[in-house]
Design a protein around this ligand. Structure first.
Ligand SMILES: [Fe+2]
Ligand SMILES: [Fe+2]
Length: 202
């Protein structure tokens, strides 16, 4: 499975998403904005490490760029951005954070947030790959191919940052990531059986 994900997205997801690319684009735009604001809020809360702040603000800058590029595709289609769709996936991940057993890693709360971010990147990456063969519009196809690579890189960056802030405990962080991957997989499976969706995550 891609980037440590435990549960593959159902093949029917891509069929459905491809039928309503406008909705996918609206949801996707909001995902990019959330990724940027999450990176910024983590940077603002952890000013002690210049390296961490630099990496997170670089990430935020790139996510804002992705957001603005999705906006162009929305505008070309005459679609409004509108309010963010309900994000059950993110809500379930937040809830799981409170229910998970405590982590003994240094900076455990920050490590968890970085790992959750890493899994969200992995899931986006997986879904861009599933969507790619369904997209006829050349510019959008090129864009999603580029995002596929970017989100895979972000996954790696966030895992590396988690290892760095834990003081270099790679084995400990990867064990925690394994735990989070199980949780994320259960959430994806539950959401897929609840209703058909055309979102980048849930
Ligand atoms: Fe992005
Ligand atoms: Fe990303």
């Amino acid at each position: 499975m891609m980037l440590g994900l435990k549960v593959p997205t159902d093949a029917a997801w891509a069929e459905e998403a491809a039928r309503d690319l406008g909705r996918v684009l609206v949801d996707h735009a909001h995902c990019e904005m959330k990724a940027a604001s999450n990176a910024l809020s983590l940077a603002a809360r952890h000013p002690h490490s210049v390296a961490l702040v630099r990496a997170l603000t670089d990430l935020a800058r790139e996510e804002i760029d992705h957001f603005q590029r999705v906006l162009v595709f929305l505008e070309r289609r005459g679609l409004a951005l509108g309010p963010p769709p309900v994000d059950a996936y993110a809500a379930e991940l937040r809830r799981a954070r409170r229910e998970l057993p405590a982590s003994a890693l240094p900076s455990a709360a920050l490590v968890d947030r970085l790992l959750v971010g890493a899994l969200i990147e992995a899931r986006s990456c997986e879904r861009f790959k599933l969507l790619l063969p369904k997209i006829d519009e050349r510019a959008l196809h090129t864009f999603y191919g580029e995002l596929f690579a970017a989100e895979a890189r972000h996954h790696r960056t966030l895992v590396d940052l988690a290892i760095a802030v834990s003081g270099g405990d790679e084995a400990g962080v990867l064990a925690r990531l394994e735990h989070w991957s199980e949780v994320e997989g259960r959430i994806v499976r539950a959401l897929a059986s609840a209703a058909p969706r055309t979102t980048i995550h849930g």
